[in-house]
Design a protein around this ligand. Sequence first.
Ligand code: ADP
Ligand code: ZN
Ligand code: ZN
Length: 729
Amino acid sequence: MTSLLIESPDTICVAVPGPFSTPLTYACSKPVAPGCRVEVPLGKRSVIGVVVEQRPDEQLDMAKLRAVERILDDTPVLPTDILALAEWMSRYYLHEFASPYLLALPGLLRKGEAATLPTETWLNLTVAGEAIDPAQLKRSTQHQAIMTQLQQSGRLPWSHLRAQGFTRPQAQALEKKQLLSLDETCDNDPIPPTGQLAEPSLTLNDEQSAALDQVSEARFAPFLLEGITGSGKTEVYLQAIERCLSRGHRALVLIPEIGLTPQTVARFERRFRDRCVILHSGLTDKQRTLAWLQANHGQAAIVIGTRSAVLTPIPDLGLIVIDEEHDASFKQQDTLRYQARDVALKRAQLADIPIILGTATPSLETLHNALTGRFGHLQLKERAGGARLPTIELIDMRRQQQQHGLSERLLIRIREHLNDGNQVLLFLNRRGFAPSWFCHSCGWIADCVFCDAHLTYHHHGHINICHHCGHREPPPTVCPDCHSRDLSAMGTGTERAEQLLESAFADVPIIRFDRDVASTRLKFEQQLEKTAEDGPAIIVGTQMLAKGHHFHRVTLVGVWDSDGGLFSADLRAKERMGQLLTQVAGRSGRGERTGEVLIQTYYPDNPIFQPLTEHDYRSFAFSLLEERRKTRLPPFGFVAVVRADSAFAERAEELLATMTSYLLEHHAVRVLGPLPALLSRRAGKHRFMLIIQADRRSALHEALVPLHRHYPRQTRQVSWHIDIDPADL
Ligand code: ADP
Ligand code: ZN
Ligand code: ZN
């Protein structure tokens, strides 16, 4: 154990919550191992931090050091592999130094609660209890039942009996009769994984077995497992996990936020006898802490969770699986802006284990890694069960009668599918894409007069801005091509379309999945249950419906608002759009019936659509990769965004302007800005951004580290942050 101790017993480095870019040093009367929590003074307060594996600066003035107030743990709550991963995140994402360490801990442990598993009460059979015939306990059938069970096993955990409805006084009454004894124990011992199955696994097809054989390597090896919905990816995960567990190792499975439904989890739980724990934001603090402690103590063989579960301590981790690796929810969009997929890759590399990234629509980064041989590339091309792919048709909005953005053709087809007793899924592409200003009559779009780019419409200030050169101009009110006055920003006005639907189809239920529904698991489940009911229905929702859920009764998918992604200045808008359309198409025709997908667009000739209508996501992705190569954007270049907020617009702009001059003078990076951010006013604050690009990752970091170290996060009423590998601009 001595190797865990820091060299110098009188000072320790602590990751302390707050705006610090390094750990802070404290005096401590005895050595404390890295990964233990300590309470330390900070200004006038006391805070809880985590001891990190770093040697304090030798030139410290010991007399000025403040002392640790309390040591919370005898043994580390965070093991060395998680400490190493957290340190990497600190250096990579350039947020507050302590953020990843705190993210790794469940909330209750951050607040200082003891890191011990709750105690269990055991019922132990006494000699008298062994001798008695339970039938003699005439006054209570419950007493008889408890004794019968106890005589079979000799020893039973109370939780087991409580689950059957027995009460504590019943057990206590038997204790009084000295038929059993009640003993409290705290069991921290790990439970070795076995890989034993509770239900038989399926016989894999050739593609699946080839995939399984490759991922069963024991070293660091990332794999893209590419296969459309229903091609059998999950079955490959399950069998790879089975092999991992039977070697005595444990597995971590990451799932998108909304994909973590009971259906998904049940599939893992049904398969294995080993314990599976779930970590997601819907748990209470207590439940989350319990699951985390079980994982940390090696009592769970499989840990399934959303984004932040990537930092769960798991002894003998042998495999990581990321399902729907392209999903946007793996990127955290506030405070510590990390991408869980990239953190998972780092974790697999540090642990020297395989990692599987499964998806029907790989992110451009992952696809690029697979194409260049950095990742193994496994493909499942057949759809298990042989369901047919839906037909995809574009509706040319320039040639359609329309009401509030709903075309006549779409309305007619909706009616026909409903009349056949089927369900219709209407899909709104309402992600906050950087919108363009365009003409509803002819599809004209406002372009920059100085460069080959579309202007981006900013609601605040009602102004068009070029995100390439910064040019600004007011949006025209009359179309320069067809002289129509029907101009607006893309993606606005869908509320009226929804009202129209309600009146046109008043005879069928409309099941909505809006932001309100998505906010709680329970509401979401209730809406899902409604879709399972018999009879025609219209399901309306946004991108949250594109993945994971099986709508067996849907035969028509209508996409009524897809153009937002086509011309956006936003880095990933097109990629997202292609992923969404592909995933959405996967929602229909899963049963015997062939499905139909109708996409409304003003730009049916846009080359982006052709591969998508032919179910050829790969060609679509190739053309986007080509575009990214030309513009030196990820994965061919590296991007970070610096955003600054202030109640005083000029202060935010000024701070970013000083940063820009510094960066351009000292570093090999390209800087665009300060630009007003898309959501340029938020809660009374003005928001500006810089887009920083470099051809090498190291050049980007060398430029950002000095900003991170030397510009205070709060200056003259400006607060600012760095977003490395931003999901959108
Ligand atoms: P994905 O994760 O790619 O959507 P699944 O693993 O969920 O695909 O498989 C889709 C369906 O096909 C499931 O009902 C699954 O039980 C079934 N399935 C998968 N692999 C096989 C197989 N080798 N033999 C028979 N059925 C399979
Ligand atoms: Zn026009
Ligand atoms: Zn321009």
